[in-house]
Design a protein around this ligand. Structure first.
Ligand code: NAD
Length: 321
């Protein structure tokens, strides 16, 4: 268990980063977040407030607000950082199709700035949040780390380019890094643009759910606490340096099955509309997590039914606040 370390989490005000911060604060680490609060500022503030309220006694926590695109931001870091979790990115396939230049600059240049910072401050380990989208439409399943990479959106291309930077700085400058390919992450405080959050909100508000395509696309939904465990395992493991790992659940379900589960938990009549599939969406995500299991000791614990139930209960409470 990681403790008493000085940890930088970029994008730490976001969905995954704030859960990671919460877990690392629980084990007496110093946590510094850098985030530009790009969207949903109020909800992010609310979530961070919630974390701080849980750990007011002896909390060792700081936030720098600003963009990693600005190299001067790194001058504001006061403590010597031991480990960097680089999660900051503009995440979102659809946004990237509409704004390819913005996403390319943001995701790739911020990653280069992180590695330059690591280089200056003693080659500190970087754990990078990559994505299963780097694989594109799979030619076989489950998808292992050696599967060909044929990304089909600027977002996915940006993640693949960042992986290349991880590899480059590892080979050329011996900066240790591990890049983790997350599969659709969900849970309390999930991103508002993601399907599970949107579906649950709509069901709770008595509104129609809109599904892109026929709903038979498969998704390897992975619960947030399992992803947080994977991030920490990778940070602690020197054998993982210079390598990629899939972090998924390994048991994909269709979007139709997901919707049925939400309606059964909500105990409400189904109200669904199907519209045309969107460009950039892959047909199947299905992770082979053998490598992460063997090398990192990764072992996802929350099954989809329990995960949706937890997320549903949280959303119900959140909407009533
Ligand atoms: P999120 O949008 O909730 O969090 C990302 C955070 O990064 C945001 O708070 C945003 O303000 C910040 N950010 C973006 N650009 C920045 C910049 N230039 N400088 C400082 N802060 C910046 O997203 P998330 O779902 O928590 O995802 C975290 C990471 O995991 C992202 O890199 C994402 O691409 C990756 N990922 C997420 C999923 C998923 O299912 N959620 C799947 C695969 C990969």
């Amino acid at each position: 268990m990681m403790n008493k370390r000085n940890i930088l989490i970029t994008g730490g005000a976001g969905f995954i980063g704030s859960h990671l911060a919460e877990k690392l604060l629980r084990t007496n680490n110093y946590v510094l977040i850098i985030d530009n609060f790009r969207e949903h500022r109020e909800e992010k503030r609310h979530q961070l407030q919630h974390i701080l309220e849980n750990y007011q006694e002896g909390i060792d926590f700081n936030i720098i607000e600003g963009s990693l695109l600005n190299p001067e931001i790194f001058e504001k870091i006061e403590k010597n950082i031991d480990i960097i979790f680089h999660l900051a990115a503009i995440a979102g396939v659809r946004y990237s199709l509409l704004n390819p230049t913005v996403i390319t600059e943001n995701n790739i240049c911020s990653t280069v700035n992180i590695f330059e910072y690591s280089r200056r401050c003693g080659k500190k380990k970087v754990v990078f949040a990559s994505s299963s989208s780097v694989y594109g439409n799979p030619i076989y399943t489950p998808v292992d780390e050696d599967h060909p990479k044929t990304p089909i959106s600027p977002y996915a291309v940006s993640k693949l380019a960042c992986e290349s930077y991880c590899d480059y700085y590892f080979r050329e400058y011996s900066i240790p890094s591990t890049w983790l390919r997350f599969y659709t992450v969900y849970g309390p405080w999930g991103r508002k643009d993601m399907a599970i959050r949107k579906f649950i909100e709509r069901v709770l508000n008595g509104e129609e759910i809109v599904i892109y395509g026929d709903g038979e696309q498969l998704r390897d939904f992975t619960y947030i606490s399992d992803i947080v465990d994977g991030l920490i395992l990778a940070a602690e493991n020197e054998d993982a340096d210079g390598e990629a790992f899939n972090l998924g659940c390994g048991n994909p379900i269709s979007v139709n099955e997901l919707v049925n589960k939400i309606y059964s938990i909500a105990d409400r009549p189904k109200n669904v509309k199907y519209i045309d599939a969107k460009k950039g969406d892959v047909r199947v995500t299905h992770s082979d997590i053998t490598k992460a299991q063997k090398k990192l000791g990764f072992s996802p614990k929350v099954n989809i039914y329990q995960g949706i139930k937890n997320t549903f209960e949280w959303e119900k409470e959140y909407l009533s606040m």
